[in-house]
Design a protein around this ligand. Structure first.
Ligand SMILES: [Zn+2]
Length: 415
């Protein structure tokens, strides 16, 4: 409007009916909801807000239980279904005050003159100057979307008519998208999210533990001199995904510093295995006089259970040693290793079966670890050639002795 209208000017207006009807539905729904909550839960409406997408009612008192809410929604839909008339009429202040005293009115505005009363048949009378539906059926539907505790009571968010359908549709779209993202059904969404949060919580705890381990390890004296340019194991590339049981920091270089040798160079020995050896035994193996004592302590040698000269069992001792378990696990990973140790494991498995092969390979790993820690020598596969040669020598010596004892002689086949 360019200039103010003069009194008495004839104007023509047009109602945006879609908008008017929507507002009428929300507003009438609020009358109904406030009335039912007052009757059923004795919670008076203090204020309400009719918004662009949802509306709210502030109640004093509360809390509202799910059961209470359900009965309010049920009664509201019964009244909607009965399509009760909604009428309006005028009463004087005196009449209105009498009705208020008789409990026929919920409240009365603090002003003089006559009052326009909106009457939902057999349900509610309330003074109001707004726009209302002709009958409760026109409200179309009533959905309470949330109940939240606020400083002076409870706030109820609700929608009526087509808004109820739209908001339920929008809620479903969110639910559908979230469950698709987690590849789960809508009903499984909450437990799935709960599980993810728990997992993340434990991952954080594990990362914290690792940080503590890292700090503790940094306090341990190392055998390798950082000034010397010794080769450190290659660091994991940042692109790698974090795997289960993997440390959240570069464990291998730390272990190399402390042990003075890189145990992870041994096929099958991961940083985790080496760390378990460190945690259980320490950086030195002084307490074991030789490799055999070390392997025996780890219960990786057959301990013959003899009685009266008869071997009852040659199974290895049972042990709760974490290091022993870790070495057995490491031995199992040799099944796919192309190294000398890998072929040793596969040879033993073919001959003795997996359980014995695991013990034998774990025994070998224990001996290699002992040798490396005792001598400070790096892992070297060629050592095995020497070991194989020595073993063949021992074997030959034993056979010669046996042959000798029964009067035979061992003669090598001429090449
Ligand atoms: Zn009204």
């Amino acid at each position: 409007m360019r200039e103010p209208l003069a009194a008495g000017t004839h104007v023509e207006g047009q109602i945006d009916w879609e908008r008017r009807f929507d507002h009428t539905q929300q507003h009438s729904g609020q009358h109904l909801l406030s009335a039912i909550i007052w009757q059923e839960l004795q919670a008076p409406t203090i204020s309400f807000h009719l918004g662009e997408s949802t509306s709210t009612i502030n109640l004093s008192g509360g809390p509202i239980t799910p059961h209470g809410l359900e009965s309010v929604e049920r009664i509201a839909h019964e009244i909607l279904g009965e399509d009760r008339p909604v009428t309006s009429g005028y009463v004087s202040r005196a009449e209105a005050e009498a009705m208020l005293a008789a409990g026929q009115l919920r409240k009365l505005p603090d002003r003089q003159g006559s009052f326009r009363l909106i009457d939902i048949a057999d349900c509610d009378k309330n003074a109001c100057g707004g726009t209302h539906v002709r009958s409760t059926g026109q409200i179309g539907g009533l959905l309470v979307r949330s109940v939240e505790k606020v400083s002076r009571g409870v706030r109820i968010e609700f929608v009526c008519g087509l808004r109820a359908v739209r908001s339920a549709r929008a809620d479903f779209a969110i639910l559908h998208k979230a469950s698709a993202l987690l590849s789960t059904g809508a009903a499984e969404l909450a437990p799935t999210v709960e599980r993810l949060l728990t997992d993340r919580h434990y991952q954080q705890l594990m990362a914290e533990c690792d940080r503590e381990i890292e700090q503790l390890m940094q306090r341990l004296d190392g055998k390798s001199d950082p000034r010397q340019n010794r080769p450190t194991p290659p660091a994991n590339s940042g692109k790698q995904k974090h795997r289960k049981n993997q440390f959240y920091f570069e464990m291998a270089p730390e272990l190399h510093r402390i042990f003075g040798v890189d145990l992870t160079a041994i096929p099958g020995i991961s940083a985790l295995t080496a760390h378990i050896v460190l945690a259980e035994i320490g950086p030195q193996l002084n307490r074991f006089p030789n490799a055999a004592a070390f392997a025996s302590w780890l219960a990786l040698c057959p301990a013959n259970n003899k009685s009266g000269g008869k071997v009852l069992s040659s199974k290895t001792r049972q042990t709760n040693s974490r290091a022993s378990r870790a070495l057995r696990l490491a031995a199992q990973t040799l099944a796919r290793s192309r190294s000398h140790l890998g072929s040793f494991y596969r040879r033993m498995r073919a001959r003795l079966g997996a359980p014995q092969a695991i013990t034998a390979a774990a025994h070998k790993l224990a001996r290699i670890i002992y040798h490396m820690l005792a001598t400070g020598q790096a892992y070297d596969e060629t050592i095995f050639l020497e070991e194989d040669r020595k073993q063949a020598q021992r074997h030959e010596k034993r056979l010669r002795k046996q042959a000798n004892a029964i009067g035979f002689q061992l003669v090598p086949i001429a090449a």
